[in-house]
Write a protein that binds this ligand. Structure first.
Ligand SMILES: C[S@@+](CC[C@H](N)C(=O)[O-])C[C@H]1O[C@@H](n2cnc3c(N)ncnc32)[C@H](O)[C@@H]1O
Length: 285
């Protein structure tokens, strides 16, 4: 059932398999889904229990097949989960998307309250990134890390300041232009949202905007269609619309749809690219 629609988004309150089947082939530029982790926990808005890992993968399989069908040839898919399913899911995704279309396993490292007493505390999530073909969009320059290696800074600081964040090297009379900021790594140190954080919408498994911003900036462009079929509180929707993308969202929980609708409405229909590209020449330790 279409729950809400405006010029920037369509939100569906329905089982995602049903809505996926209705979408056309080769339609979506970027899919990000923060899926059910199968923790066995009963959250306020949903039951995170799909049975054994094998049963969970059987439940996911038809959804993944549909996600591949609706993704454009130039598109990307990011599936966010944790240690409980990631190894089973990697095998299934290799089978459906093709092992050669595996791009990265991103490790989201965070600090949060609560520690294990008799083992290493789990403080990371796993995000599997696949493309549909080799011809996928990746905006490396948008997601360089805000960090310059100390050696580079020592040698080229004056150039970097003079040339607005670049430096040059010269060989055989030719000048070569370099960006000093480190290329993005596959592990991200981004703070999880504490309960009292202003971004919080009262949704148990809400993710930080900063995490989703990185994915949207890297793997989509202004005007592209971004979809999240496990939408929750609508973090993907808010970031997508805020950055000038179109958003398709789906969640089986009505409260998730209501929260997402309000987040999108609170943007006042304005599209603006919020991510500053300012320089930060601070030395990193
Ligand atoms: C991990 S949460 C997503 C949280 C979200 N990333 C956020 O920032 O708030 C997973 C969501 O999937 C939804 N969900 C579970 N089964 C679903 C299904 N069959 N179809 C659509 N949504 C489903 C749940 O209601 C829940 O909101």
């Amino acid at each position: 059932m279409l729950y809400f629609k405006n010029k920037d988004c369509k939100l569906y309150n329905q089982d995602n398999l049903e809505i996926l089947k209705e979408l056309p082939d080769n339609y979506i530029d970027l899919i990000y889904c923060d899926i059910l982790y199968n923790t066995g926990r009963k959250f306020k808005d949903y039951d995170d229990n799909l049975g054994t890992p094998q049963e969970a993968i059987l439940w996911y399989e038809p959804r993944l097949v549909e996600m591949k069908r609706v993704l454009k040839d130039s598109g990307s898919i990011y599936l966010h989960m944790d240690f409980r399913l990631v190894h089973y899911m990697k095998v299934k995704m290799d089978e459906i998307f093709g092992i050669n279309n595996f791009v990265n396993e991103i490790i989201w490292c965070y600090r949060s309250a609560g520690f294990s007493k008799n083992k290493y505390s789990s403080k990371h999530d796993n995000i599997l990134f696949y493309s549909k073909t080799k011809n996928f969009n990746f905006n490396m320059e948008e997601v360089r890390e805000n960090e310059i290696a100390e050696e580079t800074l020592k040698r080229f600081e004056k150039d970097i300041e003079k040339y607005g964040g670049h430096y040059f090297t010269y060989k055989n009379g030719k000048a070569y232009r370099h960006n000093p900021y480190s290329p993005p790594r596959d592990w991200w140190d981004i703070k999880a949202l504490p309960q009292a954080h202003p971004e919080r919408k009262g949704y148990d498994t809400q993710k930080p905007k900063k995490l989703i911003e990185r994915i949207i900036k890297a793997s989509s462009n202004s005007g592209d269609i971004v979809a999240d079929f496990f939408m929750g509180s609508g973090t993907t929707g808010e970031v997508a619309v805020e950055s000038g993308r179109k958003f398709i969202g789906c969640d089986i929980s009505e409260r998730a749809c209501e929260i997402t609708k309000n987040r999108i409405l609170s943007l006042n229909g304005e599209n603006f690219w919020k991510f500053p590209k300012g320089l930060n020449l601070k030395k990193q330790k």
